[in-house]
Design a protein around this ligand. Structure first.
Ligand code: PMV
Length: 315
């Protein structure tokens, strides 16, 4: 059995694609992968699928092919007669990193079954190959968090650097009911960056300043400043055309119910909204439920969010 966590981007999505830092952390839940006797299939019971590498040319089978191919190149690997069975503990297709968690947990499981232990770098490379199938040109933030866990600042150049002290951020996460559109929204931001380069760069720079302000505020446990930074970040994301009416409505409802901050998380265009509402979580959830949006509460980060620790605990 292997495990990799899902993730939440607290601030900085989209700008992160262009080299700016983002703040992101692991969720307590993610993807569990079990190794069972078989002939090389990746099984996802929740989706009623069991694919051989590349079979049917679906995103899942192509990602699985990328994982199998990359793991098979690790010295000492002997192809095992197994299937992998994946179970999701986070909603899929909603910007919570389920596909990266699946890639990391599956690569780890396949490596272990084939007699090799993958180092972090190998794991990141393999997961990146699989993520590229799912998402086009990912920044790498999802699988960095899936592979390392914890909570920190991520940049394309330096990867994930944990924040000192392991801050814990309580969040309410709600779903818009609309699938997120990472590929489409990343493409739209790229268009804006070439059509209006000065304006777009100014949004990215402002987002970076918010990310740094929030990171400093977290060290002081100043959640009011973090919440204000989230609200400002959402304004910039809306200006970059990655919000949608459901996201805007959920943010308004959360703030009216007492949240310090609310914004989309991940690619946008749908998917999930996060609200920082210490002590007001129930009020935010009630407001969202009354408007027909489903939600759950979680704590991001903390010292116990490392996947290796979870994997040992489950072994
Ligand atoms: O929608 P998600 O969870 O895959 O997050 C996308 C985050 C972006 O910054 C928009 C893209 C990326 O590759 O970092």
């Amino acid at each position: 059995m292997t495990f990799a966590p899902g993730k939440v981007i607290l601030l900085g999505e989209h700008a992160v694609v262009y080299g700016h830092p983002a703040l992101a952390g692991a969720l307590g839940d993610g993807v569990d992968v079990e190794v069972v006797p078989g002939e090389g299939r990746l099984r996802v019971p929740a989706w009623d699928v069991a694919v051989l590498p590349g079979e049917g040319a679906t995103a899942l089978s192509l990602a699985w092919a990328a994982i199998c191919e990359a793991v098979s190149r690790v010295p000492g690997y002997a192809r095992p007669a197994v299937d992998l069975v994946a179970r999701f503990g986070v909603p899929t297709g909603s910007g919570l990193g389920s596909s990266a968690a699946l890639s990391v947990a599956a690569a780890r499981a396949l490596g272990e079954a084939g007699g090799v232990s993958l180092g972090e770098l190998a794991l990141l490379e393999i997961a990146m190959a699989a993520e590229t199938v799912f998402h086009g040109k990912p920044s790498g933030i999802d699988h960095a968090v899936a592979a390392r866990g914890g909570f920190g600042l991520f940049t394309r150049a330096a990867g994930l650097s944990p924040l000192p002290g392991g801050p814990r951020v309580p969040l309410v996460i709600g779903h818009t009911g609309r699938a997120r559109d990472t590929r489409g929204r990343v493409a739209r931001v790229a268009e804006l960056a070439s059509e209006r380069p000065g304006e777009t760069a100014a949004h990215f720079a402002a987002i970076e300043a918010l990310v740094r302000r929030a990171a400093a505020a977290l060290l002081e446990e100043d959640l009011a400043t973090v919440g204000a930074a989230m609200n400002d970040n959402q304004e910039h994301l809306a200006a970059l055309e990655v919000s949608c009416p459901e996201i805007d409505r959920m943010c308004d409802l959360a703030r009216a119910a007492g949240a310090l901050g609310a914004k989309l998380t991940g690619g946008g265009g749908g998917g999930c909204v996060i609200a920082l509402a210490p002590g007001r979580e129930e009020a935010v959830q009630a407001a969202w439920t009354a408007a027909g949006f489903r939600s759950f509460t979680t704590v991001v980060g903390g010292r116990d969010a490392a996947p290796a620790i979870r994997a040992e605990a489950r072994a």
